[in-house]
Design a protein around this ligand. Structure first.
Ligand code: HEM
Ligand code: HEM
Length: 239
């Protein structure tokens, strides 16, 4: 570990390349990202319906279409989460770096180290997987909010078919939340959490990719990240 000066002239640094993100991680990242953006946009059209649309009424199914796209994206999010959950167990060690391993002392040490690292002018220690702070934000703000949206969303969706699959699977959420109206309001409230996440996420990945010069953004396409001497051993809190 230990810190060393920020390399302003990256040309003098010696870089290696390693595959960090396996294909399922990259696929689920982009499916999750695309479905969340679609759900957010179509969701707010459900909140504020386009009351007057022009043209012949019998050609129109505008708000119905918004709901249909919302539900299709809801299914995409659900399947993406199922695959990502499975890959937590089946994937390489970096696929577990997105989860706060709070029961391990080494995770708390890494968290403290990361906070200190962000406040300093020096580069390092650098992790190859998600750093512990980033992992906590994915787990809580995407995993937690996503599960809350899936549970409340599919419960509301199931209301149109009482006794059907979704009503049976998630119908219990509605009384738990205090009835259909409150479930609906929670679903709306949680939606705003994603906006906060996406703003922070986009800022931080840009910040990190400039600071660490590790090819962070392209890594979500290619799977590969770049490292300098000394970066490679800092992921010892995940296994
Ligand atoms: C242009 C848009 C985006 C880009 C370039 C991007 C890029 C990235 C990168 C580089 C990472 C790895 C960062 C790290 O190691 O800490 C990451 C992780 C992640 N991003 Fe994004 N992201 C984008 C949009 C989104 C959106 C809209 C969401 C969902 C709301 C999202 C959710 C996540 C999640 C959940 C992870 C953790 C992945 C995992 O462990 O499976 N991203 N993203
Ligand atoms: C990122 C995830 C999601 C976001 C951001 C989101 C957002 C929203 C928003 C903002 C609304 C409008 C609520 C209102 O009237 O104010 C809505 C409605 C709805 N969403 Fe989602 N949603 C998500 C996931 C899901 C999922 C997975 C389903 C499952 C099928 C779902 C099903 C529904 C249903 C059924 C409604 C209509 C509720 C009603 O008519 O009362 N949503 N969503």
């Amino acid at each position: 570990m230990g810190s060393y000066p920020l390399k302003l002239n990256a040309g003098t640094a010696r870089y290696g390349r390693v595959q960090v993100w396996e294909l399922p991680i990259r696929i689920t990242h982009w499916v999750t990202a695309a479905s969340v953006v679609t759900l957010f946009v179509t969701g707010f059209f459900i909140t504020y319906p386009v009351a007057t649309s022009t043209g012949e009424p019998f050609n129109q199914f505008l708000m119905g279409r918004f709901r249909q796209v919302h539900f299709a994206a809801g299914y995409a999010l659900l399947f993406s989460f199922l695959l990502r959950g499975y890959w937590f167990f089946a994937g390489n060690k970096y696929s577990r770096s997105g989860v706060p391993l709070v029961w391990r002392k080494s995770w708390w040490k890494a968290l403290y180290g990361q906070i200190v690292e962000y406040m300093q002018k020096v580069r390092g220690p650098v992790t190859l997987g998600h750093n512990s702070l980033a992992g906590a934000s994915y787990f809580l703000l995407v995993g937690g909010l996503g599960l809350a949206q899936i549970a409340t969303g599919f419960a509301l969706y199931g209301e149109t078919n009482p006794g059907g699959f979704w009503d049976t699977t998630f119908g219990w959420v509605i009384p738990l939340m205090g009835g259909p109206f409150r479930t609906h309001m929670w679903h709306h409230f949680f939606a705003w959490g994603f906006l906060i996440f996406v703003i922070l996420h986009l800022y931080i990945i840009l910040f990190d990719s400039v600071r660490y010069k590790d090819g962070l953004i392209s890594s979500m396409f290619s799977g590969d990240k770049f490292y300098e001497d000394g970066d490679i051993d800092n992921d010892d809190w995940v296994s």
